[in-house]
Design a binder for this molecule. Structure first.
Ligand code: GA4
Length: 366
């Protein structure tokens, strides 16, 4: 349950008087099974991925090889976690250190006053390490493949199971993310196919996992019927924004809500598909590709009937990584649209902004 103080729903609902977004007509799609089946299929898939990233900064992945059974288990475990009492959720997954974005939170997004009709878990993903699972009680193992940097409180048993599962999920999705990143590099005609994957697989990679729960708002149905033009009565679950990282890979249950902005600024809804993943180009990839790939602006609207549960893997570079347009993508005599900066610098700047801000403008060359 999302608990709101008096007046907060108005703050969320008021800016959300959007017209209903029409569905995106042709969702660009890549089948990784085909991409992996021979050189012709691969070349075609790489071209299709690059085109989709140029046009929308967004595409759907099928044939991904992540077992459907794992997706169902994660979805059920997330739903079970969010069904706990508010007290238990807060106790179980509170941020390890004050000011840390990690842990459980309800409706507050970032540090600058953004609100959404959403509750979530945000978890830091550390890179692959190995070793025994012996850790102090209450601390999530840091020796598994993708451990989370936060403290587990009560109810411990539940959290450990969820952590294990999210860990398994993260490993599978990160593998698939790297396949998508390789196709992107190939589609761009880059000699170095691993240029993007290297960043996400770096031992200090700043990657994250986010589990979002958007509770339904049944009264919206009535509101919608009362509105003459059918445009009102929409509540924003997660306000419009671009993702700062290199790549985001999202999987949701069968509930609608995700919308993306097209090049001309028009919003379109993305029909949900619980069997597939959706990939967003993030700000860092827009920089690396000198603006050829588009960091897609997106948002989530609340459904009036069904809860929406989504899990997003954000693949980011190491804080120490220097980001700048790749020379091969600037070309000889070409203009670099962004100055060089470290990921640490970008993150610090991003966390000072409101959700909807254009975060890249501070890094553009004049
Ligand atoms: C958007 C993408 C990820 O969800 C996120 C978000 C983060 C947060 O929720 O704490 C941010 C947002 C996201 C962009 C700008 C800053 C940071 C909230 C906010 C206002 C975890 C991320 O990395 O950036």
């Amino acid at each position: 349950m999302v608990v709101l103080a008096k007046g907060e729903l108005e703050q969320i609902a008021l800016p959300a008087v959007h017209k209903t977004a029409p569905p995106l007509a042709d969702v660009p799609e890549v089948d990784l099974a085909v991409a992996g089946s021979g050189s012709d299929g691969r070349a075609a898939a790489a071209r299709a991925v690059a085109l989709a990233c140029e046009e929308h900064g967004f595409f759907k992945v099928t044939g991904h090889g992540v077992p459907a059974e794992l997706l169902t288990r994660v979805e059920n475990a997330a739903a079970a976690f969010f069904a706990l009492s508010q007290r238990d959720k807060e106790a179980a997954m509170s941020a390890a250190t004050p000011g840390s974005p990690f842990g459980y939170a309800s409706k507050r997004i970032g540090n600058n006053g953004d609100l959404g009709w959403v509750e979530y878990l945000l978890l830091g993903v550390s890179a692959a390490t190995s070793g025994p699972l012996s850790v102090p009680e209450g601390v999530v193992p840091s020796a598994s493949l993708c451990s989370f940097r936060w403290r587990a409180g009560l109810p411990a048993g539940h959290c450990w199971k969820l952590c294990d599962l999210l860990n398994e999920y993260t490993v599978a999705v990160r593998r698939m993310t790297c396949q998508a990143l390789e196709l992107m590099a190939e589609g761009l005609g880059m000699d170095d196919r691993d240029a993007f994957t290297r960043l996400v697989l770096h031992k200090e990679s700043d990657s994250m996992l986010r589990v979002n729960h958007y509770p339904p708002r049944p009264e919206l149905k009535l509101l919608q019927q009362q509105q003459q033009h059918g445009g009102g009565g929409r509540v924003t679950g997660f306000g419009e924004h671009t993702d700062p990282q290199i790549i985001s890979v999202l999987r949701s249950n069968a509930t609608s809500g995700l919308e993306i902005a097209l090049r001309d600024g028009a919003w379109v809804s993305v029909p949900p598909d619980q069997t597939s993943f959706f990939v967003n180009v993030g700000d860092a990839l827009q920089v690396l590709t000198n603006g050829r790939f588009r960091s897609v602006r997106h948002r989530v609207m609340v459904n009036s009937v069904r809860p929406r549960v989504s899990v997003i893997f954000f693949g980011g570079p190491s804080p120490r990584e220097t980001l700048a347009p790749l020379p091969q993508l600037v070309g000889e005599g070409g203009r670099s649209r962004y100055r060089e900066f470290t990921w640490r610098e970008y993150k610090a700047s991003a966390y000072r902004t409101k959700l909807a801000a254009n975060r890249l403008c501070h890094f553009e060359t004049t």
